[in-house]
Design a protein around this ligand. Structure first.
Ligand SMILES: Cc1cc2nc3c(=O)[nH]c(=O)nc-3n(C[C@H](O)[C@H](O)[C@H](O)COP(=O)(O)O)c2cc1C
Length: 130
């Protein structure tokens, strides 16, 4: 069993990507929890932190939603550099920078134990159908 990192109530993980999901920025909380330095994150595709338990349908829903210009919210299990994992409740926003370039921002906070249990079960069922 790999190790779970439990977020504290004030941990707030932020990342920004370009239109293709390449990381342009990650805040200190995100770097610290995921176990990467900022330099290791910048320029990498966001699936850097993808956990194999996550069903494809969750990310399809995320991308379909934000590409329409809408805000996506959902529960995500992410992998850490050292092979552990952590759960978050994520909100992903489409936005336009002052230079006119489009991108996305994700803000994540702690998910409750009940929410985690619910989504562990749901995602396991979705994974089984892949
Ligand atoms: C702003 C933003 C934040 C994202 N955050 C995550 C994340 O924390 N974890 C993750 O696995 N995928 C995240 N994604 C989705 C990834 O881009 C990717 O679609 C996903 O990891 C699935 O990888 P795959 O397309 O290689 O299967 C994010 C995408 C965007 C636009």
């Amino acid at each position: 069993m790999s190790k779970e990192t439990i977020l504290n109530d004030y941990t707030f993980l932020v990342s920004e990507t370009d239109e293709k999901g390449i990381i342009r920025f990650a805040n200190d909380d995100f770097c610290q929890i995921a176990g990467y330095t900022l330099e290791e994150m910048i320029g990498k595709p966001h699936n850097l932190v993808r956990h194999p338990d996550m069903p494809k349908a969750a990310f399809k829903d995320l991308w379909d939603t934000v590409k329409k210009g809408q805000v996506w919210t959902g529960y995500v299990k992410n992998a850490t550099k050292l092979g552990g994992y952590y759960w978050v409740y994520a909100t992903v926003y489409p936005f336009e920078s002052c230079d006119g370039s489009k991108g996305y921002i994700s803000c994540r906070r702690k998910a409750s134990r009940e929410e985690i249990e619910k989504y562990e079960t749901l995602y396991r069922q979705l994974k089984a159908k892949e």
